[in-house]
Design a protein around this ligand. Structure first.
Ligand SMILES: [Zn+2]
Length: 82
């Protein structure tokens, strides 16, 4: 009977991340409730949470990609100038 327990456990651990329908963030599949928005009760708070998170995503990801490209270009220019 130990086999059943084991496979049930490994299936649970291998669960893919869930995407929360409420706030749009991902959370581990073993969590029953989204940890990001479970404490948010009102729709107003949820909207401001989502807006804030979207801003962070936009502000956080694009500059990093730009910096990486910039560094690669600099590296190539430096290499070519040697
Ligand atoms: Zn959520």
């Amino acid at each position: 009977m130990g086999m059943g327990d084991l496979s049930a456990k490994s299936v649970q651990e291998a669960l893919p991340d869930n995407q929360c329908e409420r706030c749009g963030l991902t959370y581990p599949g073993k969590e029953k409730q989204c940890p990001h928005c479970k404490s948010i009760k009102s729709d107003e708070d949820l909207e401001s949470f989502k807006a804030k998170h979207e801003k962070e995503q936009v502000a956080g990801k694009k500059p990093i990609a730009g910096i990486v490209v910039f560094i690669i270009i600099l590296g190539v220019l430096f290499y070519l100038s040697l």
